[in-house]
Every structure is written in C-alpha cells, then in structure tokens.
Design a protein around this ligand. Structure first.
Ligand SMILES: [Mn+2]
Length: 251
C-alpha cells in the first residue's frame, strides 16, 4: 500500500516545475514519412520531451530522435500502456501508422525489447503478430491481468522488466476503458479504470524516465472532455514522478 506521504503527486508545486508548452510540431500534411522526418528533426533539440498526440505513429520519430542524439548508452527501456500491441508490420498496407510503431521501433533497434513491457492489452491480434512480439522478448500484460492481479503487482512487474535502464513512457489513452476515455479512434471495452493507471504510475517513482508521450486522444469523439481530462491527468502523474524542482521528491 502507498502510505499517504508516498504519493508522488502530494506536495508538488506545479508553478515551480520547469515545464513549458513549446507548441505544435510542424508536419507535412498528408505525407506520413515526411511528417515523421519533420517531427524527428524538431524533437532532437528537446532534452526531456512530453509529447501530446495525436496518433501513436509519432512515437517512432520521437524514439529515432532520442537514438540520433545518443541520449542513452543503448536503446532505452519502454513502458507502453495500450489496448493494442502496435507491433503489426503494417497498418492496412501503410508501413508507418499507429499500429506498426513498435514493430519499426524494435526492428530499427530504437528500444530494448527485453526491457519493454506492454500493459492493458485486449484487442484481437493475429497469432503471428503476438508470437513475433513475444519472440523479441517483449513482456505483454493484458487488461484482464491488471484487473485480476491489481496495480501493485503490475507495477512490480514493470520495475522488474525495466530495471535501472533509462525508460521511455508511451501512454495510449485507449488503454483506459471507453467509459473513462471515449474520445479515441480505436476503443476496446474491458480496459483500465483511470484509477488503475494512476495506481500503477504512482508506484514507478525512481525509474529513470527520459521522455513520455500521451497519444490517441481524439477531441472530435470526446464527451464533456472526459478523455482530455484523463490524458492531462496522466501527464501530470508522469511529471510528479520526475525529480524536478517543485516536486515533493526534490528535497
Ligand atoms: Mn497505440
């Protein structure tokens, strides 16, 4: 159990955090590979990026940017919250899209697959795609596992897989149940409640986070900004895990 004083978000002074909204990435409208190249070029200068999507395809150029900048001694660990594995070799014939991002990330050596963990999976997936992912050494945790094992056990598993490696957090909002995040393009029932995601994240303090993205929020499908609120709060939870001025940890 997390005792009161251990909640990372307690005592955080958001106004003292050195965090800034630096605007939108410029993209090449309608041209996916060119857009990815542009995003990568713009991301390279940013030391600790928290990217808000938009679709999950942006994670690939963000990981490419980190690799090119040699920010980590080797490929980073990756904690991936999602309803889907996103390791399809292509998406309806498109090589680069939101369902193939981690296929390419693994193939390009941008992440360490044996230090990669996916949490909240529940969409249908072809046996070949599942087996390819497992064979790379990726740890796959279903949404049902989260429900049946509970957040403390899942957080412990994440810590085990990541170890002390630098780690990238990729949070697809569709990991949450559509009841909690209806505004997304590929919803799947049986997902995490908001509190479960929070209870897992709050137990990840001390991991060496290097960057994060929060993706797949689709405002056009949202209802009363439930999804936007969930997304913004997940980002907040992430910021509270960092050793930043203004944070309770930064004492
Ligand atoms: Mn995804």
């Amino acid at each position: 159990m997390l005792v009161d004083g251990d909640h990372p978000q307690h005592g955080v002074d958001a106004t003292a955090m050195p965090v800034a909204d630096i605007g939108d990435f410029a993209i090449a409208l309608g041209d996916i590979p060119a857009s990815l190249a542009r995003i990568e070029a713009q991301a390279r200068a940013i030391k600790h990026l928290v990217a808000l999507g938009g679709e999950h395809g942006i994670t690939l150029p963000l990981l490419r940017a980190l690799a090119k900048e040699n920010r980590t001694p080797g490929p980073p660990a990756l904690v991936h919250f999602d309803a889907h594995v996103d390791t399809w070799p292509d998406n309806f014939g498109q090589a680069y899209a939101h369902g193939s991002v981690f296929y390419h990330a693994i193939e390009e050596g941008l992440v360490a697959p044996h230090r990669m963990i996916q949490v909240g999976l529940r969409s249908p997936v072809q046996r070949a795609v599942h087996d390819w992912t497992a064979a790379r050494g990726v740890t796959m945790v279903s949404a049902q596992d989260v429900h049946e094992m509970g957040p403390p056990a899942i957080a412990a598993r994440i810590r085990e897989v990541v170890g002390d490696a630098p780690v990238y957090l990729s949070f697809d909002i569709d990991v949450l149940d559509p009841a909690f995040a209806p505004g997304t393009g590929t919803p799947e029932i049986g997902g995490l409640a908001s509190w479960q995601a929070q209870a897992i994240l709050r137990r990840l303090k001390g991991l060496k986070f290097i960057a994060m993205d929060l993706v797949e929020v689709a405002p056009a499908y949202d209802v009363a900004e439930i999804t936007a609120l969930a997304g913004a709060t997940i980002v907040w939870e992430y910021l509270c895990l960092l050793d930043l001025p203004g944070n309770g940890s930064h004492r």
